[in-house]
Design a protein around this ligand. Structure first.
Ligand code: C2O
Length: 528
């Protein structure tokens, strides 16, 4: 293993999309940001210098951060923001993980511009559990706003209205030919016939789950969120914000008479306003100008297509990559994720608690034992107001505001059932847990039934990942082991829901051994 050094100079840069030039924050002037490529067991050292005149932090989405809790990055959770003119060094080792992850800013909505791939290759000499691809290509989905996204979220927090929507989706920062003024801003993948390509898909969009297809090509899903899955072939997939999916694409067209579009468009069950546009990139076999074939994407509210894909996902669960599903769990917390009105403003909550960002970092409060006024360990184990999902919104929109956590012992195995309460603008909630992967042992629609549903749980080869969508009007059950002391945020990866408070945190106490204790903070940890 080696140590890989990166400099992230965060500064403004003019970028033009949809004929609109904006000055946006970038890392080293690049949009999207630079690709980090390492091997399992490598150490990553990223020196961030903030040249903006506002705060920033960075999160390494999906990295376990075993023993490097201070590098996780969510602002006010594991660190205070890096202020204008300041720097901070993120220093962590990639232990026991390989696959596609990504990094993004974790302050306000800055991740709309500040994101990039974080690719972990297997250890030297270790092969993939699938045919070695000829080439590997990151495909990052994003969103472009013609307006300033910070103004958009400010407005969404001050009024009862949903946010203004984005103006385009992007592939590797490019909207593609289906948008005005964007034909030249199209992602092109030049391929040779008869080869296998590994596409590393990352959904970095702020607020949209996306369907993805490639014209005339099916593909094989081999990994989700840096965990291998049992390979299966499909021609459509669903990827939620925060998630990554690796697919193998065989370029079987030997004498292509067309170019082929790869396209992504949103999945939502909301009838309200959302960005219902389509990003396209081109799969090109030849430099010749050829007629273009388009794939057929499911319609925006095709829950059948969404469920059909997600329920196919299974851990590889092979001798080399076993699925270590916790078989014995503590009495399980039940979370209800809701969003609902709160007076004239909008709030989102878990168990009727809307998360309030504290004014200093929760991890410092935990380490120095000055918890008062920072957070309390009284996060309710069940929704405060029982609800019964019947298809119409239940009447439990009461929300209290607080920074509440669930505090548990080191190495606790948790089973968590997340129930969507479908209040207002029902849509799925991609819930992301920091610092841990979890097993998706069950999912369904309607109310979770604690007497019947657990009998159907998959404890053999459930999909393992760090972000799972709680279906609109349904539930998901996950299991994980809290094996890293610290403070771990869990939140909806739709940024507008995070801003509205759809978040909570798990606090894991120190274990008995030296390497099971929260280490002291690095000397350059930013101050609030
Ligand atoms: Cu990808 Cu809390 O984030």
């Amino acid at each position: 293993s080696v140590t890989r050094y990166y400099n992230f100079d965060v500064r403004l840069q003019n970028v033009t999309r949809l004929c609109k030039t904006k000055s946006i924050p970038t890392v080293n002037g690049q949009f999207p940001g630079p690709k980090i490529t390492v091997r399992e067991d490598d150490r990553i050292i990223v020196r961030v210098v903030n040249h903006l005149n506002y705060n920033v932090t960075f999160h390494w989405h999906g990295i376990r951060q075993l023993g490097s809790q201070w590098a996780d990055g969510p602002s006010y959770v594991t660190q205070c923001p890096i202020r204008s003119g300041q720097s901070y060094v993120y220093n962590f080792t990639v232990t026991g993980q390989r696959g596609t992850l990504w990094w993004h800013a974790h302050f306000s909505w800055l991740r709309v511009h500040l994101y990039g791939p974080l690719i972990i290759l297997p250890k030297e000499g270790v092969a993939y559990p699938f045919p070695q691809p000829y080439k590997e290509v990151p495909i990052m989905f994003g969103e472009w706003f013609n307006s300033d996204p910070e103004a958009v979220i400010k407005q969404a927090l001050q009024t009862g209205a949903g946010p203004n929507i984005s103006d385009a989706y992007t592939i590797n920062g490019l909207p593609g030919p289906l948008y005005n003024c964007s034909a030249k801003d199209t992602f092109k993948l030049n391929v040779k016939p008869g080869r296998t390509y590994l596409l590393r898909l990352i959904n970095a969009a702020l607020n949209s789950e996306l369907f993805f297809s490639i014209a005339n090509h099916s593909f094989t899903v081999v990994e989700t969120d840096a965990n291998y899955v049992k390979p299966f072939s499909t021609n459509t997939l669903l990827i939620s914000p925060g998630q990554t999916i690796n697919i193998l694409l065989s370029t079987h067209q030997t004498t292509p008479s067309s170019s082929f579009l790869m396209m992504a468009s949103p999945y939502t069950t909301t009838a309200g306003t959302f960005d219902n546009t389509t990003v396209a990139g081109i799969l090109k076999y030849t430099a010749k100008i050829l007629p273009i074939n388009k794939p057929t994407l499911p319609s925006f509210n095709d829950t059948g297509a969404a469920t059909n894909f997600t329920t196919k996902l299974r851990s590889l669960a092979s001798p080399s990559y076993p699925a270590r599903v916790p078989l014995k769990v503590e009495p399980s917390p039940k979370n209800g994720t809701c969003q609902g009105p709160n007076g004239t403003k909008f709030a989102a909550s878990i168990n009727n608690v809307s998360f309030v960002r504290p004014s200093i970092a929760m991890l410092e409060a935990q380490y120095y034992h000055f918890l008062e006024g920072v957070f309390t360990a009284d996060f309710p184990g069940v929704p405060l107001i029982p609800f019964n999902y019947t298809g119409t919104p239940p009447n439990n929109t009461f929300v209290s505001h607080g920074t509440k956590v669930v505090k548990l012992k080191f190495n606790t195995s948790v089973e968590l059932v997340m129930q969507d309460t479908s209040i207002q603008g029902a849509e799925s909630h991609p819930l992301h847990l920091h610092g841990h992967d979890f097993f998706v042992v069950g999912q369904g629609f309607g109310n979770f039934n604690p007497y019947k549903d657990p009998a159907q749980f998959n404890l053999i080869d459930p999909n393992e990942r760090n972000t799972v969508s709680v279906p609109s009007g349904g539930w998901v059950a996950i299991r994980f082991v809290l094996d890293n002391p610290g403070v771990w945020l869990m939140h909806c990866h739709l940024d507008v829901h995070l801003s509205w408070g759809l978040a909570m945190a798990w606090v894991v106490e120190d274990g008995p051994l030296c390497n099971q204790k929260l280490p002291p903070p690095p000397l350059d940890l930013p101050k609030c």
